[in-house]
Design a protein around this ligand. Sequence first.
Ligand SMILES: *Cc1c(COP(=O)(O)O)cnc(C)c1O
Length: 375
Amino acid sequence: MIEVAKPWFSEAEQMAAADAIASGWVAQGPRVEAFERAVADVVGAEHGVALSSATAGLHLALAVAGVGQGDEVVVPSLSFIASANAPTYVGATPVFADVDAATQNLTPASVAAALTPRTRAVLLVHQGGTPADVAGMHAMCDPLGVTVVEDAACAIGSTYDGRPIGSHSDLVVFSFHARKILTTGEGGMVMARRSGDATRLRRLRDHGVDVNASERHRARSTSPEHYVERGFNYRMTDIQAAVGLVQLGRLDELVSRRRELAAHYRRALGDLPGITCVADPPWGRANFQSFWITLPEGCAGRRDELLRQLLVEGISARRGFMAAHLEPVHAGAAALALPVTEELTKRSLVLPLHHGLTLDDLDRVAAVVRSAWPS
Ligand SMILES: *Cc1c(COP(=O)(O)O)cnc(C)c1O
């Protein structure tokens, strides 16, 4: 069986997790702090605030950006459902904008069509790790006072304009879920440029407390803590952070292997008429966390057939990215027409891509696609 995705662990992750347990400090502690510093250094951000998930990160990032009741947040419908749900956690309304067919991401033009006087923020998703046009989005949004929060759940290790994703906005959110390129099982992190934002994020993840447990432990403080606002329990554990520190050390290797595998898929499939393969946009490099292909117009019906054929051959693939406005939870919420989103969600599929695959495995996948798609 060729799996669609699989984490890449060595003995080092197992030993790091075991060391954390042996230390007796398993909840958020020194390893979480070290992981935050290390991620911030790798991506060129000022601060990192580790959390239990990227979903928690999107919630808190919108909260510290001041988004609230009555505000609108522009999001792509073509994304994992968490992007569309996040604005609702702070009482705001998601407004779905269309994406561009080449990158499957929002563009300044598609967002411009969705702006209203109530727009407070844009959730800019780097779908599947393909960098969106961050500078273009800032150039359009900054003068209007619209905050750009990056949903970089898939994009650690991707770059925009030569710099890592994570360094271009005040608030950028990564995921370390098992399906992502770098994993701690579950987990996420918000990269913050301003120290005031980082402080507030730390407080909100920890019940709104004014000092955290490891600071109190270090200071041997006996003065009582205070709860200065309503917070949450969105903390990461030190066991997760220990695993994350090892994974982070292998990020370059993870990205370069994925880029090799993606290039091989493109060589194997790129000549099929009408089929497009995900590729780097002109402004950056993708980490190829997901490798997707899009079938030609009018071929939506053949996508599920192809998925079944792949499964028969022992290959697990997936439909392409979902469209939130077509799911019951957000049904009827789309105010704008989303023609590109609706086509892409029907005509695209995600092929297996992970560190353990060989070029021969990819050739096996490509052969099934080619036989279903005679050139
Ligand atoms: C995976 C994903 C999320 C959610 O990440 P979790 O860490 O599982 O909460 C959010 N947005 C996008 C675009 C994702 O792909």
